[in-house]
Write a new protein. Structure first.
Length: 51
């Protein structure tokens, strides 16, 4: 995990864990459903998904 350095052997476990960090944040962010990249704007995330 890039936020707390916890190590996971499977990506789905990392993604589930990472969601707990997002839930704790007061700022609204958009997380790519395929990776852990975060975006401040939904449009930026959608452009990333297209690639």
């Amino acid at each position: 995990c890039m936020m707390c350095d916890t190590v996971f052997t499977q990506k789905p476990l990392l993604y589930t864990h990472f969601d707990t960090h997002l839930a704790k944040q007061k700022v609204h962010v958009f997380k790519c459903p395929d990776c852990t990249k975060l975006y401040a704007q939904k449009g930026s995330m959608m452009e990333h998904i297209k690639v």
